[in-house]
Write a protein that binds this ligand. Structure first.
Ligand code: ATP
Ligand code: MG
Length: 430
C-alpha cells in the first residue's frame, strides 16, 4: 500500500461546512471596506526577501525567525509574504500611485506565512484582512481606519473586543525614550527571559511585546513612552483621541503597546478579544502609522496608516458564538421510481436555474434511503417525484420541520417555495 501524504504542519485545510464562516467574514469585509472607499489590492504571495528585511526589520521575530525564505532557480532570495503592508507599499511605489491621486485607500485579504510555534489561533499559513490609507498624515485618517475595524467587528457581531492605542513618537522624540528604556532594561536584565536579554541588545522595544509574565512586569514599571513625545507627536495623539470621541469609539491608552514590526511611527493600536477561546492569541488585529516606510523603500515621501486582522482568530470567535453559516437547501428532490430519475435530474437543474438551492441524490436508490438523506440535508422541503406526479404535473412540498404538505404545480415550484415563510431550521440529523 502507498504511504499517505499529509498536509504541511501548521497549514490547515478549510473544507465545505467550515468555509461558510470564512466566506461570511470575507464578504462582510468587502461590503464594509467598500463603504469606506477602500479598494481591493492583490499582490503576489512571494516577494523579494529584501522587501521585508528593509520594512518589517531584520531584528523582528517575523523576519529574523519566522520567514519562509528560499532561493529560486535563478538564485534570487525570495520569501513567502509574512504580512501584507510591505507588499502593498511595494506595489504602491512601483505603480507610481501617488502621482495619480493624493490619497489612496486599499484593502487586501489572503494567506500569510510565518514559521511559528503552533497553537490555537497561531498557524504557519494564516489569513489576514488588512487596509492601508496612503497620503494623509492627519489623526482623522487614523480615526477613520479604526472606525472601519470597529464597524467591521460590529457587522460580524463581535462586540467583546477592546481597542488599545498608543503613540511611539517619531525620529525626533523616540531616541530619548529609546535611551531611557535601554538604561532601565539593563538595570533589570536579570529579571528578563533569555529571549528578551537578546532583544535588549538588538531591538529593546520588542521586550515590551514579550508574552512572558516576568518580562511584562518589568515592562509595566518601565519608562512611559507617552511622557517622551515631542510637541507635534503629542498633539497628534491628543487629536486622535478627540476624534475617536467624536466617532463614539471606546479605547484604552496602553503605553506598553509597541507591536512586532519596526516600521511604525506615532499611532499604534490593537484590538484585543476577551474570549478565553483564543488563549494567548487574543489580539485579533492591530496596526499603526508608518510615515517613513515609503521613503525607506525608495518611494515618495507619503505618510500611511494601516491595520491587519487575523481571519483565523475572527473565525474562532464566531464559531464560539454557535451560529451556523451554511445555508440549507430550499428543496430536496426524491424520486419514487427508477423511471423518474431523469425527470428528477432535469427538475433539479431547472429549479437551480430559477435560483433555488436544490439537493438531489445522483445515486438514486430506494425512496426510503432518499428520505433519510433528505432529513440529513437540512432542506426546508422535500418533493417526491414519481410516475403520478409526472403525469399530472402536480406534486407536494413536504415541510421537513413538520406540518401539512403543500400542493404545488411542477412548473411553479420555485415561486411556491419562495412564498413559504421561513420556519426555524430543522436540525439536520447527525
Ligand atoms: P502576535 O502578537 O499574536 O504574534 P503579531 O503582532 O505577530 O501577533 P501582526 O503581525 O500584527 O501580529 O498581525 C496582525 C494579526 O494577524 C494578529 O493580530 C493576529 O490576529 C494575526 N496573526 C499574526 N500571526 C498569526 C499566526 N501565526 N496565526 C494566526 N494569526 C496570526
Ligand atoms: Mg507574532
Amino acid at each position: 500500500m502507498s504511504q499517505k501524504i499529509n498536509g504541511v504542519k501548521g497549514m490547515n485545510d478549510l473544507l465545505p461546512g467550515e468555509i461558510e464562516v470564512w466566506q461570511f467574514v470575507e464578504s462582510t469585509a468587502r461590503t464594509l471596506f467598500g463603504r469606506f472607499g477602500y479598494g481591493e489590492v492583490r499582490t503576489p504571495m512571494v516577494e523579494d526577501t529584501a522587501l521585508f528585511v528593509r520594512s518589517v526589520g531584520e531584528e523582528t521575530d517575523i523576519v529574523g525567525k519566522e520567514m519562509y525564505t528560499f532561493e529560486d532557480k535563478g538564485g534570487r532570495s525570495l520569501s513567502l509574504r509574512p504580512e501584507g503592508t510591505a507588499p502593498a507599499a511595494r506595489a504602491y511605489i512601483e505603480h507610481s500611485v501617488s502621482n495619480q491621486e493624493p490619497v489612496s485607500r486599499w484593502f487586501y485579504m489572503g494567506p500569510m506565512f510565518r514559521y511559528e510555534r503552533m497553537k490555537t489561533g497561531r498557524y504557519r499559513q494564516f489569513y489576514q484582512i488588512g487596509a492601508e490609507a496612503y497620503g494623509a498624515k492627519e489623526p482623522a485618517q487614523d480615526a477613520e481606519l479604526m472606525d472601519v475595524v470597529v464597524q467591521f467587528l460590529e457587522a460580524l457581531g463581535l462586540t467583546d473586543v477592546t481597542l488599545n492605542i498608543n503613540s511611539l513618537g517619531d525620529d525626533n522624540c523616540r531616541p530619548a525614550y529609546h535611551a531611557k528604556l535601554v538604561e532601565y532594561l539593563n538595570a533589570h536584565r536579570e529579571e528578563l527571559c533569555a529571549d528578551c536579554q537578546q532583544r535588549l541588545e538588538r531591538n529593546p522595544l520588542r521586550v515590551l511585546d514579550c508574552k512572558n509574565e516576568k518580562c511584562q512586569a518589568v515592562a509595566a514599571a518601565g519608562p512611559n513612552v507617552l511622557e517622551f513625545l515631542c510637541e507635534p507627536c503629542r498633539a497628534h495623539f491628543t487629536d486622535l483621541q478627540r476624534k475617536l470621541g467624536v466617532l463614539g469609539i471606546k479605547y484604552v491608552v496602553n503605553h506598553r503597546l509597541v507591536r512586532g514590526l519596526d516600521y511604525y511611527t506615532r499611532t499604534v493600536f490593537e484590538f484585543i478579544a476577551s474570549h478565553p477561546a483564543l488563549g494567548t492569541a487574543s489580539t485579533v488585529g492591530g496596526g499603526g502609522r508608518y510615515d517613513k516606510m515609503m521613503k525607506g523603500l525608495g518611494g515618495p515621501d507619503v505618510p500611511a496608516v494601516g491595520f491587519a486582522m487575523g481571519l483565523d482568530r475572527l473565525v474562532l470567535l464566531l464559531k464560539e458564538g454557535g451560529k451556523t453559516f451554511t445555508p440549507r437547501p430550499d428543496l430536496f428532490i426524491a424520486v419514487a421510481d427508477e423511471g423518474s430519475q431523469d425527470a428528477g435530474l432535469a427538475l433539479a437543474s431547472r429549479l437551480r436555474r430559477e435560483g433555488l438551492k436544490v439537493d438531489f441524490d445522483t445515486r438514486g436508490g430506494s425512496l426510503k434511503s432518499q428520505m433519510k438523506r433528505a432529513d440529513k440535508s437540512g432542506a426546508r422541503f422535500t418533493l417526491v417525484l414519481g410516475e403520478q406526479e409526472r403525469q399530472s404535473g402536480q406534486a407536494k412540498l413536504k415541510p421537513m420541520a413538520g406540518g401539512e404538505p403543500i400542493p404545488v404545480a411542477l412548473d411553479s415550484v420555485a415561486a411556491t417555495v419562495r412564498a413559504q415563510p421561513e420556519a426555524p431550521a430543522a436540525a439536520p440529523a447527525s
